[in-house]
Design a protein around this ligand. Structure first.
Ligand SMILES: Cc1cc2nc3c(=O)[nH]c(=O)nc-3n(C[C@H](O)[C@H](O)[C@H](O)COP(=O)(O)OP(=O)(O)OC[C@H]3O[C@@H](n4cnc5c(N)ncnc54)[C@H](O)[C@@H]3O)c2cc1C
Ligand code: SF4
Length: 347
């Protein structure tokens, strides 16, 4: 049995205390939300903070979902709560789909949206026990010097594996970060860097407190994800699309790929191919091919990398056909039979 290493646990009752304590030792302190990723990582000694700041005592400050001119989601909202929200079910279909495909129901009861957005990047050579990693002399991301995926690479190529980040980015979300120095807002896309080790631009003393999603009236969204097991698995490629319609014509669009590099990748070129047009089969194919050009999968996750890149075209195409209004249930069932996708039930 893997055991947690010793650590100091601090339980703030206010956001001010949480960020003041974070500022005391940001290099050795980490935030603990649901713990569904951090605690297993600590057991495998991938992450070894000496202090954890638990967010449980801040639930009344971090766990609200409000709908006004857009949606405001507290970072401590669990994925199960997000899925249960009528606002999300009614107006932000792609977000519901992305949350519904994270992990398992038990994990979604614990897992928070803030933790999902700050999720560590993943790699075959890293998501292993301490002994396994020691046997290969570790790797650059933790305790070693070499990247075993590309030995000449100066940076880590671990994969962004969060499901909700690409979808929230496609919906135009912004996040609020609070520290002892004050607070700032930034576009969700700017929270990420294409570097498997330093994958967040957030400073270590900053707490993510909330996510704001613009009013989605007139928009339709969808999230399609490739994974080995339909019941639960991290994404190995994903497509998040959001399209604003005026009648049958697209007047704005965002297409963001997940799990194809160290950060979610937004294809403005693919989106431009849709704007001003009806979503014909030809327009969808052109946008899907353009988006897939951004996918640079490496040999460090499940499935063969050339096939994963090909699947990106298919995922983007299916997501766009869904927002066009096609009935995709048969397609989902067909892919589920091949154990590529789990059918996402209606909310
Ligand atoms: C079996 C299994 C399957 C999984 N499958 C998936 C999957 O399919 N898709 C997927 O996306 N994830 C998956 N996960 C990972 C994880 O369960 C989710 O990403 C979850 O949403 C993480 O949230 P959490 O609250 O548990 O985060 P934690 O584990 O508590 O934290 C994760 C990271 O975020 C940081 N953090 C948390 N909250 C904040 C905050 N408010 N401000 C700043 N930093 C913060 C933590 O310090 C840590 O670095 C899986 C996990 C397991 C164990
Ligand atoms: S991409 Fe390279 S450095 Fe990063 S976790 Fe994998 S093997 Fe390690």
């Amino acid at each position: 049995m893997m055991r947690l290493p010793p650590f100091r646990y601090r339980a703030p009752r206010t956001i001010a205390d949480a960020v003041a304590w974070l500022a005391e030792g940001p290099g050795q302190t980490m935030i603990l939300a649901g713990g569904t990723d951090l605690l297993p990582n600590m057991k495998r000694r991938q992450q070894t903070p000496s202090t954890l700041i638990g967010l449980r005592g801040l639930r009344d400050q971090l766990a609200a979902i409000r709908n006004g001119a857009g949606l405001s989601i507290g970072a401590g909202v669990t994925l199960a709560e997000l899925m249960a929200s009528a606002h999300v079910q009614d107006g932000y279909r792609g977000l519901w789909q992305a949350a519904a495909q994270v992990a398992t129901p038990q994990l979604r009861n614990m897992a928070t949206i803030g933790g999902n957005l700050c999720l560590d990047t993943r790699c075959t050579y890293y998501d292993q026990t301490f002994e396994w990693r020691k046997a290969i002399d570790f790797c650059m991301k933790k305790d070693g010097d070499t990247c075993w995926v590309a030995t000449s690479s100066p940076k880590c190529l671990a994969v962004s594996s969060t499901d909700t980040a690409p979808m929230l980015q496609a919906l135009g979300a912004t996040v609020t970060l609070v520290s002892a120095r004050g607070s700032r807002e930034l576009a969700l896309g700017d929270l990420y860097a294409n570097d498997g080790m330093h994958y967040l631009t957030k400073q270590r003393d900053e707490l993510l407190t909330s996510i704001a999603v613009p009013d989605a009236r007139g928009w339709r969204s969808a999230y399609w994800k490739l994974r080995r097991r339909g019941s639960f698995d991290f994404p190995v490629a994903a497509a998040a699309v959001a399209v604003q319609f005026d009648g049958p014509r697209a007047i704005a669009a965002r297409i963001v790929l997940g799990a194809v590099s160290s950060k979610p990748q937004q294809s403005d070129r693919a989106a431009e191919l849709l704007i001003g047009h009806e979503l014909s089969d030809e327009a969808i194919s052109a946008a899907a091919v353009a988006a897939s050009e951004l996918a640079k999968p490496m040999d460090n996750t499940d499935f063969e990398l050339v096939w994963r890149k090909k699947m990106v075209t298919s995922l983007v195409g299916d997501a766009l056909r869904e927002v066009r209004g096609d009935d995709m249930r048969a397609r989902r069932r067909q892919l589920a039979k091949q154990e590529l996708l789990v059918p996402v039930q209606r909310a």
